[in-house]
Design a protein around this ligand. Structure first.
Ligand code: HEM
Length: 580
Protein backbone atom coordinates (compact mmCIF):
# COMPACT_ATOMS: atom_id res chain seq x y z
CA UNK A 1 0.00 0.00 0.00
CA UNK A 2 2.79 2.38 0.90
CA UNK A 3 4.44 1.88 -2.43
CA UNK A 4 1.16 2.67 -4.10
CA UNK A 5 0.86 5.98 -2.24
CA UNK A 6 4.40 7.11 -2.94
CA UNK A 7 4.86 8.76 -6.33
CA UNK A 8 8.59 9.25 -6.76
CA UNK A 9 8.20 9.66 -10.49
CA UNK A 10 6.89 13.22 -9.95
CA UNK A 11 9.98 15.42 -9.50
CA UNK A 12 9.84 17.30 -6.23
CA UNK A 13 10.09 20.72 -7.86
CA UNK A 14 7.10 19.87 -10.09
CA UNK A 15 4.86 18.92 -7.17
CA UNK A 16 2.30 21.45 -5.94
CA UNK A 17 4.02 24.05 -3.80
CA UNK A 18 2.30 23.22 -0.53
CA UNK A 19 3.22 19.54 -0.85
CA UNK A 20 6.87 20.41 -1.32
CA UNK A 21 6.86 21.60 2.26
CA UNK A 22 6.17 18.10 3.49
CA UNK A 23 8.64 15.34 4.22
CA UNK A 24 10.38 14.94 0.91
CA UNK A 25 9.44 11.37 0.06
CA UNK A 26 5.78 11.45 0.87
CA UNK A 27 4.42 14.81 -0.19
CA UNK A 28 2.35 13.96 -3.26
CA UNK A 29 0.45 11.23 -1.42
CA UNK A 30 -1.61 13.56 0.72
CA UNK A 31 -4.77 13.64 -1.46
CA UNK A 32 -4.69 9.84 -1.89
CA UNK A 33 -4.35 9.40 1.83
CA UNK A 34 -7.27 11.77 2.37
CA UNK A 35 -9.49 9.62 0.15
CA UNK A 36 -8.36 6.48 1.92
CA UNK A 37 -9.19 7.98 5.34
CA UNK A 38 -12.57 8.98 4.02
CA UNK A 39 -13.28 5.49 2.75
CA UNK A 40 -12.01 3.98 5.97
CA UNK A 41 -14.25 6.15 8.11
CA UNK A 42 -17.34 5.33 6.09
CA UNK A 43 -16.61 1.64 5.60
CA UNK A 44 -18.89 0.01 8.24
CA UNK A 45 -22.10 1.84 7.84
CA UNK A 46 -24.75 -0.61 6.69
CA UNK A 47 -26.82 2.15 5.17
CA UNK A 48 -24.05 4.23 3.72
CA UNK A 49 -21.41 1.81 2.67
CA UNK A 50 -18.62 2.94 0.38
CA UNK A 51 -20.50 1.50 -2.54
CA UNK A 52 -23.81 3.27 -2.08
CA UNK A 53 -23.60 6.30 0.28
CA UNK A 54 -20.46 7.78 -1.21
CA UNK A 55 -21.57 6.90 -4.70
CA UNK A 56 -24.85 8.65 -4.03
CA UNK A 57 -23.09 11.70 -2.68
CA UNK A 58 -20.77 11.72 -5.69
CA UNK A 59 -23.66 11.42 -8.14
CA UNK A 60 -25.42 14.22 -6.36
CA UNK A 61 -22.44 16.48 -6.79
CA UNK A 62 -21.71 15.39 -10.35
CA UNK A 63 -25.24 15.33 -11.79
CA UNK A 64 -27.23 17.40 -9.32
CA UNK A 65 -29.29 14.33 -8.40
CA UNK A 66 -30.30 14.27 -4.73
CA UNK A 67 -29.38 11.00 -3.02
CA UNK A 68 -31.83 9.24 -0.74
CA UNK A 69 -30.00 9.93 2.55
CA UNK A 70 -31.78 9.87 5.89
CA UNK A 71 -30.77 12.05 8.86
CA UNK A 72 -28.51 9.40 10.41
CA UNK A 73 -26.59 9.05 7.21
CA UNK A 74 -26.25 12.80 6.94
CA UNK A 75 -24.95 13.01 10.51
CA UNK A 76 -22.46 10.29 9.76
CA UNK A 77 -21.38 12.08 6.60
CA UNK A 78 -20.92 15.37 8.46
CA UNK A 79 -18.86 13.65 11.16
CA UNK A 80 -16.75 12.00 8.54
CA UNK A 81 -16.10 15.28 6.77
CA UNK A 82 -14.88 16.70 10.07
CA UNK A 83 -12.86 13.72 11.22
CA UNK A 84 -11.35 12.67 7.90
CA UNK A 85 -8.87 15.60 7.69
CA UNK A 86 -7.67 14.94 11.23
CA UNK A 87 -7.23 11.23 10.62
CA UNK A 88 -5.58 12.01 7.30
CA UNK A 89 -3.12 14.40 8.90
CA UNK A 90 -2.33 11.93 11.63
CA UNK A 91 -1.75 9.10 9.15
CA UNK A 92 0.19 11.37 6.85
CA UNK A 93 2.55 12.55 9.57
CA UNK A 94 2.97 9.05 10.97
CA UNK A 95 3.69 7.35 7.67
CA UNK A 96 5.99 10.22 6.67
CA UNK A 97 7.83 9.88 9.93
CA UNK A 98 8.18 6.09 9.66
CA UNK A 99 9.38 6.15 6.06
CA UNK A 100 11.47 9.34 6.12
CA UNK A 101 15.06 8.95 4.93
CA UNK A 102 16.03 11.40 7.70
CA UNK A 103 14.56 9.13 10.36
CA UNK A 104 17.93 7.86 11.52
CA UNK A 105 19.20 11.35 12.42
CA UNK A 106 19.09 12.24 16.11
CA UNK A 107 16.82 14.86 17.61
CA UNK A 108 13.70 15.22 19.72
CA UNK A 109 10.91 12.86 18.61
CA UNK A 110 8.38 15.63 17.98
CA UNK A 111 10.83 17.58 15.82
CA UNK A 112 10.95 14.70 13.33
CA UNK A 113 7.20 14.34 13.45
CA UNK A 114 5.96 17.87 12.79
CA UNK A 115 7.25 21.39 12.08
CA UNK A 116 4.94 22.60 14.84
CA UNK A 117 7.71 21.63 17.26
CA UNK A 118 10.07 24.17 15.66
CA UNK A 119 7.36 26.77 15.37
CA UNK A 120 6.84 26.53 19.11
CA UNK A 121 10.53 26.99 19.86
CA UNK A 122 10.85 29.95 17.50
CA UNK A 123 7.89 31.51 19.32
CA UNK A 124 9.85 31.46 22.61
CA UNK A 125 12.45 33.90 21.19
CA UNK A 126 15.19 31.59 22.54
CA UNK A 127 15.44 29.26 19.56
CA UNK A 128 19.25 29.49 19.36
CA UNK A 129 19.70 28.54 23.02
CA UNK A 130 17.46 25.49 22.69
CA UNK A 131 19.31 24.37 19.58
CA UNK A 132 22.68 24.83 21.25
CA UNK A 133 21.61 22.60 24.14
CA UNK A 134 20.27 20.00 21.72
CA UNK A 135 23.52 20.01 19.73
CA UNK A 136 25.43 19.51 22.98
CA UNK A 137 23.22 16.50 23.65
CA UNK A 138 22.88 14.93 20.19
CA UNK A 139 26.03 16.03 18.33
CA UNK A 140 26.68 18.02 15.13
CA UNK A 141 23.70 16.72 13.13
CA UNK A 142 20.32 17.52 14.61
CA UNK A 143 16.95 16.72 13.10
CA UNK A 144 14.83 19.80 13.79
CA UNK A 145 11.99 19.09 11.38
CA UNK A 146 10.54 16.27 9.31
CA UNK A 147 12.72 17.45 6.45
CA UNK A 148 15.27 19.74 8.12
CA UNK A 149 18.67 19.04 9.64
CA UNK A 150 20.53 21.65 11.66
CA UNK A 151 24.27 21.15 11.14
CA UNK A 152 27.03 22.19 13.49
CA UNK A 153 29.75 21.88 10.85
CA UNK A 154 30.96 25.45 10.22
CA UNK A 155 33.71 24.06 8.01
CA UNK A 156 30.96 23.08 5.53
CA UNK A 157 29.98 26.73 4.97
CA UNK A 158 31.87 26.89 1.70
CA UNK A 159 29.90 23.87 0.42
CA UNK A 160 26.37 24.68 1.62
CA UNK A 161 26.74 28.35 0.83
CA UNK A 162 28.90 28.03 -2.28
CA UNK A 163 29.08 30.33 -5.27
CA UNK A 164 27.85 27.66 -7.71
CA UNK A 165 24.21 28.16 -6.65
CA UNK A 166 23.59 24.40 -6.37
CA UNK A 167 22.27 24.60 -2.82
CA UNK A 168 19.02 26.50 -3.30
CA UNK A 169 17.38 28.55 -0.52
CA UNK A 170 14.29 26.80 0.89
CA UNK A 171 10.78 28.23 0.98
CA UNK A 172 11.53 29.48 4.49
CA UNK A 173 12.37 32.81 2.80
CA UNK A 174 9.19 33.05 0.73
CA UNK A 175 6.97 34.93 3.15
CA UNK A 176 9.18 37.96 2.57
CA UNK A 177 7.23 38.84 -0.56
CA UNK A 178 4.30 40.85 -1.84
CA UNK A 179 1.46 40.41 -4.27
CA UNK A 180 2.01 42.70 -7.24
CA UNK A 181 -0.59 42.71 -10.03
CA UNK A 182 -2.07 39.53 -8.61
CA UNK A 183 1.26 37.69 -8.64
CA UNK A 184 3.49 36.81 -5.68
CA UNK A 185 6.72 38.72 -6.18
CA UNK A 186 9.99 37.96 -4.43
CA UNK A 187 12.98 40.23 -4.02
CA UNK A 188 16.68 39.61 -3.93
CA UNK A 189 16.70 38.26 -0.40
CA UNK A 190 13.62 36.06 -0.68
CA UNK A 191 13.79 34.58 -4.16
CA UNK A 192 14.78 30.92 -4.12
CA UNK A 193 15.33 30.81 -7.86
CA UNK A 194 19.05 31.14 -8.45
CA UNK A 195 18.82 32.48 -12.00
CA UNK A 196 16.21 35.06 -11.01
CA UNK A 197 18.48 36.03 -8.14
CA UNK A 198 21.53 36.44 -10.38
CA UNK A 199 19.48 38.59 -12.74
CA UNK A 200 18.25 40.83 -9.93
CA UNK A 201 21.69 41.23 -8.44
CA UNK A 202 23.72 41.93 -11.59
CA UNK A 203 22.55 45.51 -12.25
CA UNK A 204 23.27 46.78 -8.72
CA UNK A 205 25.97 44.64 -7.10
CA UNK A 206 28.79 47.05 -7.95
CA UNK A 207 27.16 49.79 -5.86
CA UNK A 208 27.81 47.72 -2.73
CA UNK A 209 31.56 47.30 -3.28
CA UNK A 210 33.80 49.00 -0.73
CA UNK A 211 34.77 51.71 -3.24
CA UNK A 212 31.14 52.57 -3.98
CA UNK A 213 30.22 52.55 -0.29
CA UNK A 214 33.04 54.96 0.49
CA UNK A 215 31.57 57.36 -2.07
CA UNK A 216 28.63 57.60 0.36
CA UNK A 217 30.80 58.62 3.31
CA UNK A 218 29.65 62.25 3.24
CA UNK A 219 26.06 61.08 3.88
CA UNK A 220 27.33 59.02 6.83
CA UNK A 221 29.27 61.97 8.23
CA UNK A 222 26.10 64.10 8.17
CA UNK A 223 24.21 61.44 10.10
CA UNK A 224 27.05 61.09 12.62
CA UNK A 225 27.08 64.88 13.00
CA UNK A 226 23.38 64.81 13.86
CA UNK A 227 23.91 61.96 16.31
CA UNK A 228 26.67 63.83 18.16
CA UNK A 229 24.53 66.95 18.33
CA UNK A 230 21.59 65.02 19.77
CA UNK A 231 23.67 63.05 22.28
CA UNK A 232 25.43 66.25 23.38
CA UNK A 233 22.28 68.20 24.00
CA UNK A 234 20.19 65.39 25.47
CA UNK A 235 22.69 63.40 27.53
CA UNK A 236 26.30 64.55 27.59
CA UNK A 237 25.81 68.18 28.58
CA UNK A 238 23.57 69.79 31.13
CA UNK A 239 21.26 67.62 33.14
CA UNK A 240 22.87 64.28 32.31
CA UNK A 241 20.05 61.73 32.14
CA UNK A 242 20.86 58.15 31.31
CA UNK A 243 20.86 57.29 27.64
CA UNK A 244 19.30 54.16 26.18
CA UNK A 245 22.18 53.73 23.77
CA UNK A 246 20.57 50.61 22.29
CA UNK A 247 17.59 52.69 21.21
CA UNK A 248 19.74 55.54 19.86
CA UNK A 249 21.75 53.07 17.86
CA UNK A 250 18.50 51.99 16.17
CA UNK A 251 17.64 55.65 15.41
CA UNK A 252 21.14 56.11 13.96
CA UNK A 253 20.99 52.93 11.84
CA UNK A 254 17.53 53.76 10.42
CA UNK A 255 18.44 57.40 9.72
CA UNK A 256 21.67 56.32 8.11
CA UNK A 257 20.14 53.75 5.79
CA UNK A 258 17.56 56.24 4.54
CA UNK A 259 20.26 58.90 4.12
CA UNK A 260 22.42 56.71 1.91
CA UNK A 261 19.34 55.43 0.09
CA UNK A 262 17.30 58.66 -0.45
CA UNK A 263 19.65 61.43 0.76
CA UNK A 264 17.16 62.10 3.55
CA UNK A 265 17.13 60.71 7.10
CA UNK A 266 13.90 59.24 8.44
CA UNK A 267 14.16 61.71 11.32
CA UNK A 268 14.28 59.36 14.33
CA UNK A 269 17.30 61.13 15.82
CA UNK A 270 15.78 64.58 15.37
CA UNK A 271 12.56 63.46 17.05
CA UNK A 272 14.27 61.24 19.61
CA UNK A 273 11.80 58.39 19.33
CA UNK A 274 10.18 55.88 16.98
CA UNK A 275 7.65 58.56 16.04
CA UNK A 276 5.87 56.63 13.28
CA UNK A 277 6.18 53.18 14.86
CA UNK A 278 8.14 51.81 11.88
CA UNK A 279 10.96 50.41 14.02
CA UNK A 280 8.47 48.51 16.20
CA UNK A 281 6.54 47.39 13.12
CA UNK A 282 9.74 46.07 11.55
CA UNK A 283 10.21 43.92 14.68
CA UNK A 284 6.67 42.52 14.35
CA UNK A 285 7.30 41.75 10.67
CA UNK A 286 10.40 39.81 11.62
CA UNK A 287 8.42 37.88 14.24
CA UNK A 288 6.00 36.88 11.48
CA UNK A 289 8.79 35.97 9.06
CA UNK A 290 10.60 33.78 11.60
CA UNK A 291 7.44 31.95 12.67
CA UNK A 292 5.71 31.46 9.34
CA UNK A 293 9.01 30.39 7.75
CA UNK A 294 8.81 27.17 9.79
CA UNK A 295 5.62 26.20 7.92
CA UNK A 296 5.73 28.39 4.80
CA UNK A 297 2.27 27.36 3.57
CA UNK A 298 0.88 29.35 6.52
CA UNK A 299 1.76 32.50 4.59
CA UNK A 300 -0.88 31.55 2.00
CA UNK A 301 -3.49 31.37 4.72
CA UNK A 302 -2.42 34.45 6.65
CA UNK A 303 -1.06 36.88 4.07
CA UNK A 304 -1.61 35.78 0.49
CA UNK A 305 -5.22 34.59 0.76
CA UNK A 306 -7.69 36.57 -1.33
CA UNK A 307 -10.22 37.06 1.51
CA UNK A 308 -8.81 38.53 4.74
CA UNK A 309 -5.19 39.51 5.23
CA UNK A 310 -3.97 38.70 8.74
CA UNK A 311 -0.27 39.43 8.69
CA UNK A 312 2.51 40.55 8.71
CA UNK A 313 1.97 44.22 9.66
CA UNK A 314 2.47 46.69 6.84
CA UNK A 315 5.51 48.96 6.95
CA UNK A 316 3.32 51.74 5.59
CA UNK A 317 5.59 54.65 6.30
CA UNK A 318 8.66 52.90 4.96
CA UNK A 319 6.89 52.01 1.71
CA UNK A 320 5.41 55.52 1.47
CA UNK A 321 8.81 57.14 1.85
CA UNK A 322 10.26 54.79 -0.77
CA UNK A 323 7.41 55.52 -3.18
CA UNK A 324 7.32 59.31 -2.74
CA UNK A 325 11.11 59.59 -3.06
CA UNK A 326 11.07 57.46 -6.18
CA UNK A 327 8.34 59.55 -7.80
CA UNK A 328 9.91 62.90 -6.80
CA UNK A 329 13.31 61.84 -8.11
CA UNK A 330 11.90 60.48 -11.35
CA UNK A 331 10.12 63.81 -11.91
CA UNK A 332 13.25 65.81 -11.09
CA UNK A 333 11.59 67.33 -8.02
CA UNK A 334 13.62 65.79 -5.23
CA UNK A 335 15.06 68.75 -3.33
CA UNK A 336 17.14 66.49 -1.04
CA UNK A 337 19.19 65.11 -3.89
CA UNK A 338 22.66 66.48 -4.60
CA UNK A 339 24.10 65.00 -7.83
CA UNK A 340 27.60 65.44 -6.36
CA UNK A 341 26.72 62.96 -3.57
CA UNK A 342 24.87 60.13 -5.31
CA UNK A 343 22.72 57.73 -3.33
CA UNK A 344 21.25 54.26 -3.83
CA UNK A 345 18.00 55.59 -5.24
CA UNK A 346 19.92 57.28 -8.05
CA UNK A 347 21.98 54.13 -8.68
CA UNK A 348 18.80 52.04 -8.88
CA UNK A 349 17.10 54.49 -11.24
CA UNK A 350 20.23 54.59 -13.41
CA UNK A 351 20.23 50.79 -13.58
CA UNK A 352 17.01 51.04 -15.61
CA UNK A 353 19.15 52.66 -18.32
CA UNK A 354 22.18 50.39 -17.96
CA UNK A 355 20.05 47.20 -17.78
CA UNK A 356 16.76 48.05 -19.50
CA UNK A 357 16.06 44.38 -20.22
CA UNK A 358 16.03 43.59 -16.47
CA UNK A 359 15.21 46.63 -14.35
CA UNK A 360 11.76 48.24 -14.26
CA UNK A 361 10.10 50.53 -11.72
CA UNK A 362 8.80 47.60 -9.66
CA UNK A 363 12.34 46.30 -9.27
CA UNK A 364 13.66 49.71 -8.28
CA UNK A 365 11.03 49.75 -5.57
CA UNK A 366 12.07 46.24 -4.49
CA UNK A 367 15.73 47.29 -4.28
CA UNK A 368 14.76 50.25 -2.10
CA UNK A 369 12.74 48.11 0.30
CA UNK A 370 15.47 45.49 0.65
CA UNK A 371 17.96 48.22 1.55
CA UNK A 372 15.68 49.53 4.29
CA UNK A 373 14.49 46.22 5.67
CA UNK A 374 17.79 44.32 5.57
CA UNK A 375 20.12 47.22 6.29
CA UNK A 376 19.02 48.96 9.47
CA UNK A 377 18.23 46.43 12.21
CA UNK A 378 21.12 44.11 11.34
CA UNK A 379 23.64 46.92 11.73
CA UNK A 380 21.95 48.15 14.90
CA UNK A 381 22.19 44.66 16.44
CA UNK A 382 25.91 44.49 15.66
CA UNK A 383 26.56 47.95 17.12
CA UNK A 384 24.64 47.14 20.30
CA UNK A 385 26.65 43.95 20.73
CA UNK A 386 29.91 45.89 20.36
CA UNK A 387 29.00 48.49 22.98
CA UNK A 388 27.49 45.95 25.39
CA UNK A 389 30.48 43.62 25.41
CA UNK A 390 33.09 46.37 25.39
CA UNK A 391 31.43 48.29 28.22
CA UNK A 392 31.05 45.12 30.27
CA UNK A 393 34.80 44.50 30.10
CA UNK A 394 36.86 47.44 31.50
CA UNK A 395 40.17 46.06 30.21
CA UNK A 396 38.82 45.78 26.66
CA UNK A 397 37.25 49.25 26.93
CA UNK A 398 40.54 50.85 28.05
CA UNK A 399 42.55 49.14 25.33
CA UNK A 400 40.08 50.22 22.66
CA UNK A 401 39.90 53.82 23.89
CA UNK A 402 43.68 54.04 23.97
CA UNK A 403 43.93 52.85 20.38
CA UNK A 404 41.18 55.15 19.11
CA UNK A 405 42.45 58.24 20.94
CA UNK A 406 46.01 57.59 19.72
CA UNK A 407 44.79 58.05 16.14
CA UNK A 408 44.59 61.78 16.91
CA UNK A 409 41.29 62.50 15.18
CA UNK A 410 39.55 65.69 16.32
CA UNK A 411 36.73 64.56 18.62
CA UNK A 412 34.25 67.00 17.13
CA UNK A 413 34.46 65.30 13.73
CA UNK A 414 33.08 62.04 12.44
CA UNK A 415 35.90 59.48 12.41
CA UNK A 416 37.10 58.84 8.82
CA UNK A 417 36.74 55.20 7.76
CA UNK A 418 40.27 55.15 6.33
CA UNK A 419 41.64 55.87 9.83
CA UNK A 420 39.24 53.63 11.76
CA UNK A 421 40.05 50.68 9.49
CA UNK A 422 43.71 50.90 10.47
CA UNK A 423 43.03 50.15 14.14
CA UNK A 424 43.70 46.43 14.67
CA UNK A 425 42.04 46.17 18.07
CA UNK A 426 38.90 47.88 16.79
CA UNK A 427 38.80 45.36 13.97
CA UNK A 428 39.21 42.53 16.48
CA UNK A 429 36.33 43.93 18.57
CA UNK A 430 34.02 44.23 15.55
CA UNK A 431 34.76 40.70 14.36
CA UNK A 432 34.35 39.24 17.82
CA UNK A 433 31.00 40.99 18.35
CA UNK A 434 29.76 39.67 15.00
CA UNK A 435 30.90 36.18 15.98
CA UNK A 436 29.44 36.07 19.48
CA UNK A 437 26.22 37.90 18.61
CA UNK A 438 25.43 37.35 14.91
CA UNK A 439 22.51 39.50 13.78
CA UNK A 440 20.92 36.44 12.17
CA UNK A 441 20.66 33.53 14.60
CA UNK A 442 18.56 30.91 12.86
CA UNK A 443 19.66 28.33 10.30
CA UNK A 444 20.32 29.63 6.78
CA UNK A 445 18.24 26.90 5.13
CA UNK A 446 19.26 25.30 1.84
CA UNK A 447 18.15 22.22 -0.14
CA UNK A 448 20.70 19.46 -0.64
CA UNK A 449 21.27 19.09 -4.42
CA UNK A 450 19.70 16.08 -6.21
CA UNK A 451 22.80 13.88 -5.95
CA UNK A 452 22.79 14.09 -2.14
CA UNK A 453 25.69 14.87 0.14
CA UNK A 454 28.00 12.94 2.47
CA UNK A 455 28.75 14.60 5.80
CA UNK A 456 32.24 14.63 7.36
CA UNK A 457 31.07 11.83 9.70
CA UNK A 458 30.26 9.63 6.69
CA UNK A 459 26.49 9.93 6.93
CA UNK A 460 24.59 10.51 3.70
CA UNK A 461 21.88 13.16 3.28
CA UNK A 462 19.56 12.54 0.32
CA UNK A 463 18.91 15.21 -2.30
CA UNK A 464 15.87 17.35 -1.53
CA UNK A 465 16.40 17.31 2.24
CA UNK A 466 16.77 20.77 3.79
CA UNK A 467 19.83 21.59 5.87
CA UNK A 468 21.17 24.74 7.48
CA UNK A 469 23.94 26.08 9.65
CA UNK A 470 22.85 28.60 12.26
CA UNK A 471 25.48 31.39 12.52
CA UNK A 472 24.96 31.35 16.29
CA UNK A 473 25.78 27.62 16.51
CA UNK A 474 28.60 27.67 13.95
CA UNK A 475 30.19 30.79 15.43
CA UNK A 476 30.49 29.05 18.81
CA UNK A 477 31.79 25.70 17.61
CA UNK A 478 34.63 24.82 19.98
CA UNK A 479 36.61 22.76 17.47
CA UNK A 480 36.93 25.88 15.30
CA UNK A 481 37.08 28.77 17.79
CA UNK A 482 38.60 27.04 20.82
CA UNK A 483 37.37 25.97 24.24
CA UNK A 484 36.58 29.60 25.11
CA UNK A 485 34.25 30.00 22.11
CA UNK A 486 31.39 31.21 24.33
CA UNK A 487 33.44 34.12 25.68
CA UNK A 488 33.91 37.59 24.19
CA UNK A 489 37.65 37.76 23.58
CA UNK A 490 38.65 40.16 20.78
CA UNK A 491 42.34 39.22 21.19
CA UNK A 492 41.61 35.90 19.53
CA UNK A 493 41.55 37.76 16.19
CA UNK A 494 45.08 39.11 16.66
CA UNK A 495 48.32 37.28 16.04
CA UNK A 496 49.17 35.40 19.21
CA UNK A 497 52.43 37.09 20.18
CA UNK A 498 52.66 35.28 23.53
CA UNK A 499 52.06 31.87 21.96
CA UNK A 500 54.72 32.62 19.36
CA UNK A 501 52.32 32.22 16.43
CA UNK A 502 54.23 32.62 13.15
CA UNK A 503 52.93 34.84 10.33
CA UNK A 504 52.21 31.72 8.30
CA UNK A 505 50.27 30.03 11.12
CA UNK A 506 48.26 33.21 11.79
CA UNK A 507 47.41 33.54 8.11
CA UNK A 508 46.23 29.93 8.00
CA UNK A 509 44.12 30.37 11.14
CA UNK A 510 42.47 33.48 9.71
CA UNK A 511 41.76 31.71 6.42
CA UNK A 512 40.03 28.92 8.32
CA UNK A 513 38.06 31.31 10.51
CA UNK A 514 37.00 33.48 7.59
CA UNK A 515 35.67 30.39 5.84
CA UNK A 516 33.73 29.32 8.95
CA UNK A 517 32.34 32.69 10.03
CA UNK A 518 28.73 32.90 8.86
CA UNK A 519 27.87 36.28 10.40
CA UNK A 520 27.21 37.69 6.92
CA UNK A 521 26.27 34.37 5.31
CA UNK A 522 28.47 33.17 2.44
CA UNK A 523 28.72 32.37 -1.25
CA UNK A 524 26.31 33.58 -3.90
CA UNK A 525 23.76 34.67 -1.25
CA UNK A 526 26.27 36.42 1.03
CA UNK A 527 25.04 39.68 2.55
CA UNK A 528 24.94 42.29 -0.17
CA UNK A 529 25.33 45.16 2.28
CA UNK A 530 28.28 43.93 4.34
CA UNK A 531 30.67 46.67 3.18
CA UNK A 532 28.11 49.31 3.96
CA UNK A 533 27.42 47.74 7.37
CA UNK A 534 31.10 47.53 8.26
CA UNK A 535 31.90 51.09 7.19
CA UNK A 536 28.95 52.34 9.27
CA UNK A 537 30.06 50.23 12.21
CA UNK A 538 33.73 51.24 12.27
CA UNK A 539 32.86 54.90 11.89
CA UNK A 540 30.21 54.97 14.60
CA UNK A 541 32.19 53.07 17.24
CA UNK A 542 35.33 55.14 16.69
CA UNK A 543 33.40 58.43 16.61
CA UNK A 544 31.47 57.79 19.83
CA UNK A 545 34.39 56.46 21.85
CA UNK A 546 36.65 59.24 20.59
CA UNK A 547 34.18 61.89 21.74
CA UNK A 548 32.58 60.52 24.92
CA UNK A 549 33.44 58.63 28.05
CA UNK A 550 30.81 55.92 28.14
CA UNK A 551 29.85 53.58 30.97
CA UNK A 552 26.98 51.17 31.56
CA UNK A 553 24.50 52.41 34.16
CA UNK A 554 24.63 48.96 35.75
CA UNK A 555 27.54 46.81 34.64
CA UNK A 556 26.11 43.72 36.35
CA UNK A 557 22.75 43.86 34.59
CA UNK A 558 22.22 41.52 31.62
CA UNK A 559 20.48 42.77 28.52
CA UNK A 560 17.32 41.16 27.15
CA UNK A 561 17.43 39.47 23.77
CA UNK A 562 14.75 38.04 21.48
CA UNK A 563 15.51 35.86 18.50
CA UNK A 564 13.12 36.34 15.58
CA UNK A 565 15.62 35.48 12.81
CA UNK A 566 17.24 38.82 13.73
CA UNK A 567 18.57 38.37 17.27
CA UNK A 568 17.63 41.76 18.66
CA UNK A 569 18.48 43.19 22.07
CA UNK A 570 17.08 45.66 24.56
CA UNK A 571 18.64 47.52 27.45
CA UNK A 572 22.08 49.01 26.80
CA UNK A 573 21.67 51.96 29.16
CA UNK A 574 24.71 54.19 29.54
CA UNK A 575 25.97 57.45 30.98
CA UNK A 576 27.80 59.69 28.52
CA UNK A 577 30.31 62.47 29.28
CA UNK A 578 32.02 64.61 26.66
CA UNK A 579 35.78 64.16 26.81
CA UNK A 580 37.83 67.11 27.94
C1 HEM B 1 26.06 44.08 10.42
C2 HEM B 1 25.08 44.14 9.58
C3 HEM B 1 24.54 42.99 8.76
C4 HEM B 1 24.56 41.65 9.02
C5 HEM B 1 25.17 40.95 10.23
C6 HEM B 1 23.91 40.99 7.91
C7 HEM B 1 23.74 39.62 7.80
C8 HEM B 1 23.24 38.98 6.68
C9 HEM B 1 23.17 37.55 6.51
C10 HEM B 1 23.62 36.52 7.53
C11 HEM B 1 22.65 37.31 5.28
C12 HEM B 1 22.48 35.94 4.63
C13 HEM B 1 21.08 35.40 4.80
C14 HEM B 1 20.93 34.02 4.22
O1 HEM B 1 21.79 33.47 3.54
O2 HEM B 1 19.89 33.47 4.50
C15 HEM B 1 22.36 38.58 4.67
C16 HEM B 1 21.80 38.75 3.42
C17 HEM B 1 21.50 39.96 2.88
N1 HEM B 1 21.78 41.21 3.42
FE1 HEM B 1 22.71 41.58 5.17
N2 HEM B 1 23.50 41.94 7.02
C18 HEM B 1 23.88 43.17 7.48
C19 HEM B 1 23.68 44.39 6.88
C20 HEM B 1 23.08 44.57 5.66
C21 HEM B 1 22.92 45.84 5.00
C22 HEM B 1 23.41 47.18 5.54
C23 HEM B 1 22.25 45.60 3.83
C24 HEM B 1 21.81 46.52 2.73
C25 HEM B 1 21.88 47.77 2.69
C26 HEM B 1 22.03 44.17 3.75
C27 HEM B 1 21.42 43.52 2.69
C28 HEM B 1 21.33 42.15 2.55
C29 HEM B 1 20.74 41.51 1.39
C30 HEM B 1 20.14 42.20 0.18
C31 HEM B 1 20.84 40.12 1.60
C32 HEM B 1 20.39 39.02 0.66
C33 HEM B 1 21.53 38.70 -0.26
C34 HEM B 1 21.18 37.66 -1.30
O3 HEM B 1 20.39 36.75 -1.04
O4 HEM B 1 21.76 37.79 -2.37
N3 HEM B 1 22.55 43.58 4.87
N4 HEM B 1 22.74 39.59 5.54
Amino acid sequence: MLMGLYTPEVPREKQPWCLRQTPLHFGSSFPKLGCLSFLFLTRNDSRMSTSDGILDAFLALRYGRLPALDSQVLARLALTVLVAPIVTLFLWFTISWVTSPLRGYPGPFLAGYTNLWRLYHVRTGKYHETMKKLHDKYGPVLRVGPNLLDLDYPELSKVLYGTDGKWRKTEFYHSNSAIVNGKITYHMFSTTDQSEHAQMKRPIVKHYSLGSVLALESHMDNVLGELMQQLDSRFAKGSQGTCDLGEWIAFYAWDLITSVTFSKPFGYMAQGHDFDGSIATADRSLDYFALVGQMPWLDFLLDKNPVVRVGPPNLTNVTNIAMTSLIARAQGQDSNYNPKAPDYLQHFIDSKTTHPEIVHDGMVFGYLLVNLIAGADTTAITLRAIFYYVLKNPAIYSRLIKEIRAAGIDKSNAFPYSQARQLPFLEAVVREALRIHPAVAMPLERYVPAEGFTLPNGEFIPGGAAVGINPYIGNRNKSVWGADADEFKPERWLQDGKGGETDEAYKKRMQKWNACDLSFGAGSRICLGRNLALVETYKLVATILNRYEVELVDREREWETVNSWFWRQKGVEVRLRSRE
